[in-house]
Design a protein around this ligand. Sequence first.
Ligand code: NAD
Length: 494
Amino acid sequence: MSENTAVTPEREQELLAKVPTGLLINGEWRDATGGATFAVEDPATGKALLEIADGTSEDALAALDAAAAAQASWARTAPRERAEILRRAFDLVTARSEEFALLMTLEMGKPLPESRGEVTYGAEFLRWFSEEAVRDYGRYVTTPEGKNKILVQRKPVGPCLLITPWNFPLAMATRKVGPALAAGCTVIIKPAKFTPLTTQLFASVLVEAGVPAGVVNVVSSSSASSISAPLMKDHRLRKVSFTGSTPVGRRLLADASQNVLRTSMELGGNAPFIVFDDADLDKAVEGAMAAKMRNMGEACTAANRFLVHESVAEEFTSKFAAAMSALKPGRGTESDTTVGPLIDGGARKDVHALVTEAVSAGARVATGGSPLEGDGYFYAPTVLADVPNDAEILRNEIFGPVAPVTTFATEEEAIRLANASEYGLASYLYTRDYARMFRVAEQIEFGMVGFNAGVISNAAAPFGGVKQSGLGREGGAEGIAEYTTTQYIGIADP
Ligand code: NAD
């Protein structure tokens, strides 16, 4: 399938026919216990795409049986062999990038060029961690007292539950599966019910790449807690890695405390996008478009609060509104579409409620401001100016194509406003002044800072947040450490 092949209904059906519809347990695709299925729908049309097996608690435990049984031999498998399997998975995903891109567009709604970008980004975690698999070093040193030795070695944590969100169906899976397999852990993946198809197809690629039976299991389900609850009560599970909302993360942390599970929590964000008076405004608008509109604003890294110096606010806002109003909403498979639908009707209602509240609190609509008529869950790309600092929209993750703009007068005020959030994931600074970049980065409480850059995610960089944005990091050298535990051996001199 090439990039230039038109997306026809036949091509869509041909692709959907390749997606396994069962649960992957111990290397076999099987029906859910009791045979239940659930429908996955296209958010651009509201129509069902495919019915897949609806996993139960019993299926989850069968997946854990398989993961626990495979753990010891997978941990013993040579790192080079694990690396080669991951590298083959990278090659296969890359070779089938058009299939993965179209599947994400169908089940999630993002325009095809964005889905292609996610395939490139998502596949890179497989390549990066195939390279990290053979570089998971320990150390051997003499004690400070000068006698006896300290040997420190890293071991896989053990069977992991990986729970992923719907907004980046491929990348959120590869970002967890890559380091887990590289470290020698077996996994059970529970994808989001809106977008399980990409994970189903990805799992078939992992099997083709040579992942042994039981090492990767997939239990899709319409009921997330019926999968996570029994697994997290079972002492054989050793870790849960979750990407999703802060309220669900909080609940999982409470569940994880029962068996003192290792956790990685990639939770919500409320990113400030700070534009100083010396910024290159055209570059700032370009960055704002990327930071706001990637994935229709449905990203944890999405710029949510535009803090603009009062002397440039008017110019920035009018250029930003012009760029937003030039976007073309539509089904992601159409070639002129530049912005897709929101994931469902509830998400669109929540976005509109935030806009309505901001407007009644005094915000001015510079462009957009309402849902779009017709099929699917479309919302007009929106810029709100003069948003009061106490508006709800500045406190909540918007998760939609809406940009609230507010102003500041001094650097100190910008920092104070940026930090006025319980979240601390991504942040963005636009200024020509490198000294200011270091000064501000020092003082803002965010796990990630984009300096004159609207997109900062990279497989080689540690992705993650502080405060209520979560615990742990994904990607970079930090990513594999999340899946290892440290063992120390004190060695007496002979
Ligand atoms: P969500 O929390 O509703 O769901 C995420 C996953 O958790 C899904 O697989 C869902 O089925 C599962 N889940 C839901 N309730 C559960 C429960 N009670 N027990 C166990 N699992 C449960 O989030 P979402 O709507 O899918 O994704 C959007 C959220 O994810 C946003 O808050 C966004 O910021 C966040 N996110 C964070 C990152 C990051 O890396 N920090 C990346 C992408 C998305």
